[in-house]
Write a protein that binds this ligand. Structure first.
Ligand code: ZN
Length: 237
């Protein structure tokens, strides 16, 4: 079984009626509703206004894969919370950053770069699968379209990814590395660009399939642990 924690800042849904109409219980609940249908997943939900910002040491200790959606409240996530999450990722927890998570403290700390990009509302997006054999791409077509998505465009200021699994093309002409992977310490990281709060992206079957595949891919390896600094005696004398 894989313990999945879906974390959402849960603010747009409370202050923008059009977002609440799309995701009445929040983006985290919408994603959770789909993932709960997978019998190998134990799904829990958390948000920014929960005690300890929903990300206590205990909550993280019981999490194999953390899914993150944040946007307007990145600055309210404390440095302490962000560092706690990053430490846990380095010790083996999987991390899936969705859409505007590119500017979260956690993702920026993992990347060590600005993670800046171009953006514009209301484009059509065509996603291309560029590594069809990748576990995250299983069951995903060679390409699929989202009628409306927020354009995120290159250059995207991230370190060179380990893998680019999906590339996005937008009707305004831009392209973007829309699905990328990294390893940090023992943790596996997947960043996925679609998921603007004003569009029904998290109701798209391919998007949900990708998130679900990513959870299975990012689960910790059996011997995942923080690598410690040690001073061993020599094996040969
Ligand atoms: Zn957005």
């Amino acid at each position: 079984m894989i313990n999945v924690l879906i974390w959402n800042e849960f603010r747009h849904e409370k202050c923008q009626p059009e977002v609440a109409a799309l995701y009445p219980q929040g983006i985290h609940s919408a994603i959770g509703g789909y993932l709960m249908q997978d019998e190998e997943l134990i799904v829990r939900l958390a948000c920014l206004d929960d005690p300890e910002q929903g990300l206590s040491e205990e909550a993280l200790e019981n999490t194999d894969v953390l899914i993150w959606w944040g946007h307007m409240a990145h600055g309210e996530v404390t440095d302490e919370t962000a560092s706690r999450v990053c430490r846990r990722i380095n010790a083996g927890m999987g991390f899936i950053g969705l859409h505007s998570a590119h500017h979260s403290k956690v993702f920026r700390q993992l990347c060590g770069t600005s993670c800046n990009l171009k953006w514009r509302h209301g484009d059509r997006e065509r996603l291309w699968t560029v590594i069809p054999s990748h576990p995250i791409a299983q069951g995903v077509p060679e390409h699929f379209e989202l009628a409306k998505e927020e354009m995120y465009g290159e250059p995207f200021d991230i370190p060179t990814p380990d893998e680019v699994v999906f590339i996005g093309w937008f009707s305004g002409g831009e392209v973007f590395r829309s699905g990328v992977t990294y390893r940090r310490g023992a943790g596996k990281i997947f960043y996925f660009q679609p998921g603007h709060e004003e569009y029904p992206t998290f109701k798209d079957k391919n998007v949900i399939r990708i998130i679900r595949n990513a959870v299975h891919w990012a689960k910790p390896a059996e011997n995942a642990a923080q690598i410690e600094c040690t001073n061993p005696a020599p094996l040969e004398v």
